[in-house]
Design a protein around this ligand. Structure first.
Ligand SMILES: Cc1cc2nc3c(=O)[nH]c(=O)nc-3n(C[C@H](O)[C@H](O)[C@H](O)COP(=O)(O)OP(=O)(O)OC[C@H]3O[C@@H](n4cnc5c(N)ncnc54)[C@H](O)[C@@H]3O)c2cc1C
Length: 308
């Protein structure tokens, strides 16, 4: 059976980028639909630490570029959404921690980086008085300075659930389908063809005409770009290998650790999550996860344990 459909925009990928864009496009009056090849949010979005960054990560050199200044606006833009006053109403989804911290140990390098970072984030970062320390730092023998950042963390599952529930009728699974593009003589996309095999006697082909096809498919973009016959745009790959920590009595931790490592990245970026059995789990990102890609998991776990 063959069916035809036309719309303004077809979006590929139902992670945070695709779902956000679907909302914004439909709010603006476009007839947009979203196609998802697997489970909504199940790739990078659910694996992430959920930090709404305000630019600290990029400010440890002491200055901010234009792009970094734009990132600086993100926490307030998202907070407005969680208050129900932003471009998308997220008031029924969850913030996992309203506070995010930066801790710098008392080493010279760490102090200098934290000082430069605090200068470039002037007005958006404050030193936390010892009496207001969160549990992790309270009563601890470790010395250094604790700062509160504008950043906060979100529960990505609740955000994806909310964004998708409001757009159900415009989201289509192509999990068991194959897709390809029909190109015109100029090499532009004419139609998207979706073939769906329910059974040998029940094959459905859907032909979609749209003014725009937008790829928000994360890792899937590379294949889509090549099947659409497009020249590859420059894209960044940033593989990570992240260690998780779980043990009884683990307190909540939401903090960048600025250490004495020579680079300008936080040495550790810790967030707290709920494990499959309801246990507390720390995700240990930051430089340790970026450098971890080249290491075996055994070596990485040993090194992270020593660092902690
Ligand atoms: C370990 C880790 C920690 C991170 N922590 C943070 C953080 O704290 N803060 C932060 O801001 N960022 C963080 N990031 C980055 C952040 O997760 C990503 O930038 C973001 O999730 C990307 O969202 P996306 O929608 O573009 O991609 P994805 O979430 O990867 O979604 C892409 C979707 O496209 C679908 N898809 C693939 N191919 C096709 C196809 N052909 N057709 C249709 N659908 C397709 C996939 O199934 C998937 O659902 C982290 C990333 C990782 C890996």
């Amino acid at each position: 059976m063959k069916s035809y459909y036309s719309c303004d925009i077809v979006l590929f990928g139902g992670g945070i980028a695709g779902l956000w864009l679907l909302h914004r496009l439909r709010q603006t009056g476009y007839n947009a639909v979203l196609l998802e090849a697997s489970k909504l949010g199940s790739e990078q979005t659910f694996r992430s630490q959920g930090i709404i960054h305000g630019g600290l990560k990029y400010s440890l050199s002491g200055s901010l570029s234009n792009a970094e200044n734009n990132i600086a606006r993100m926490p307030e833009r998202w907070r407005a959404c969680f208050r129900g006053q932003g471009e998308i109403d997220l008031s029924d989804s969850l913030i996992s921690s309203a506070r995010y911290y930066m801790w710098s140990n008392s080493g010279v390098r760490a102090k200098l980086k934290a000082y430069l970072g605090s200068k470039s984030l002037a007005g958006r970062i404050s030193i936390v008085e010892k009496s207001n320390y969160p549990k992790l730092f309270n009563g601890s023998a470790i010395s250094g300075t604790l700062y509160q950042l504008p950043d906060f963390t979100i529960d990505t599952e609740s955000v994806v659930r909310l964004l998708s529930s409001q757009m159900q009728e415009y989201i289509y699974s192509i999990e068991n389908s194959s897709t390809h593009f029909e190109l015109n003589k100029k090499g532009e996309i004419d139609n998207l063809i979706i073939d769906h095999d329910n059974s040998p006697s029940d094959q459905v082909t859907l032909k979609i005409k749209a003014q725009r096809f937008i790829f928000a498919a994360g890792l899937g973009n590379e294949k889509l770009i090549s099947s659409a016959g497009l020249r590859k745009p420059v894209a960044q790959r940033r593989p990570l290998q992240m260690v998780y920590l779980s043990k009884p009595g683990l307190p909540d931790a939401y903090v960048h650790i600025i250490g004495n490592n020579p680079s300008l990245n936080p040495q550790l970026t810790i967030t707290t999550h709920e494990g499959a059995d309801g246990e507390v789990v720390w995700y240990l990102g930051g430089e340790v996860a970026e450098n971890g890609v080249k290491k075996t998991s055994g070596i990485l776990i040993d090194e992270t344990r020593a660092l902690l």
